[in-house]
Ligand binder design. Structure first.
Ligand code: SF4
Length: 367
């Protein structure tokens, strides 16, 4: 990108400072912030309440939007997956999941991912680069505009989950900046309490997050309760093994609000981590650390060329019962958007071609 300032990553005070450097009064900054963040407009020419000459100057020195939708897929269950491209041609994936009470948007924090979880397709891309705060915010704008129309008030609230491509805690500064921009009541007004960040277990950043007053909820991807198996499934474990990870979670627990629980995500891989014994090991690990938490069991989402299959429904149920018998709050997450490769661990910038349930279209106008 040229030297144009990417405005979607600016907070309202930063937007005001920016317009003041252009010789404009502060209220123009507030207008611009509301146009970009509340009405989700994606070009200066659409902001017709700004004077024409100001719009022309903005076009010369700033960008209202940088991501472009490359392709879009809609699942039979209503889930939508967007494959976007950054200004420098890197893939970014975002998933919109309509739900009865609130929609959920699963966004990416990095293009690709440096971690090498063996059950995840994104891992195969490696890290392309971390996303800027503006690129994180834009994913939400694009998903909402596509689902409801530009500037249209959403009929339901929105939850956000940082569970798309990338390890969010390896891009913590930009992530927190984006969340602060999105929390502004004059903008999207999605408060941190509506946001869950999922980590593979970057222990120092978990401790940093614990010190952050306006932090989102935290989920930890465990996938195994023993050192040996977790080393195999999630190599980050060699750096921060379960005991270190759980000790950091214990520190984080002190910051939990009433009613809030830490979430442990456990992907269920057939014949790999789903035995009765492994359920008991998981329960023992969590009980030993006695953390106010819950476990989400996530049936694996099969994707070639990953060498895993999902656990059967009966196995998942039995695993859940064992955890519950040991006092662990346990839930089974329903997979969404499997047919369009939109589910957890499946985001790898792939162009979906099969399945006549998929509506695939090149979108150019709305991005
Ligand atoms: S599961 Fe998450 S952290 Fe692990 S490789 Fe995939 S995107 Fe990265």
């Amino acid at each position: 990108m040229d030297n144009a300032v990417q405005l979607t990553g600016l907070s309202q005070p930063e937007m005001i400072s920016f317009v003041e450097t252009m010789g404009e009064p502060a209220y123009r900054g507030r207008q611009l912030f509301a146009a970009l963040q509340h009405r989700r407009l994606r070009s200066f020419d659409e902001i017709t309440d700004l004077p024409k000459d100001l719009r022309a100057r903005l076009n010369e020195m700033a960008k209202a939007a940088t991501l472009k939708i490359e392709s879009q897929y809609t699942s039979g269950d209503g889930t939508r997956r967007y494959l976007m491209k950054t200004h420098d041609g890197l893939p970014v994936e975002t998933v919109f999941i309509p739900e009865e009470r609130r929609d959920t948007i699963c966004f990416s924090s990095q293009s690709g991912c440096p971690l090498q979880c063996t059950f995840c397709l994104t891992a195969q891309l490696g890290l392309l680069r971390s996303l800027t705060a503006g690129e994180i915010v834009e994913q939400i704008h694009i998903a909402l505009n596509n689902a409801y129309g530009t500037g249209v008030k959403t009929p339901r609230g929105t939850n956000l989950v940082a569970m798309g491509a990338g390890e969010p805690l390896l891009n913590l500064d930009q992530l927190l900046k984006a969340l602060r921009v999105m929390a502004d009541p004059q903008g999207l007004h999605i408060v941190p309490n509506r946001v869950t960040v999922s980590t593979a277990g970057v222990v120092p950043r978990i401790l940093d997050l614990a010190k952050t007053s306006d932090r989102p909820h935290l989920a930890i991807s465990l996938a195994a309760a023993t050192d040996e198996l977790r080393n195999e499934l999630m190599p980050i474990n060699k750096r921060w093994p379960p005991e270190d990870l759980l000790s950091a979670c214990k520190v984080f627990e002190k910051t939990l609000k009433p009613g809030e629980r830490l979430t442990f995500e456990y992907v269920m891989l057939d014949g790999v981590n789903d035995s009765d014994e492994q359920a008991r090991q998981l329960a023992n690990l969590l009980n030993r650390h006695d953390i106010r938490s819950k476990v989400n069991l996530i049936p694996h989402n099969p994707a070639d060329p990953l060498p895993y299959r999902p656990s059967s429904d009966q196995t998942v149920e039995r695993f859940k019962n064992i955890l519950e018998s040991k006092g662990i709050h346990t839930y089974v997450r329903r997979p969404r958007g499997r047919d369009i490769f939109a589910a957890c661990g499946q985001l790898a910038a792939r162009q979906t071609t099969l399945s006549n349930r998929i509506e695939s279209s090149l979108v150019g106008a709305n991005n």
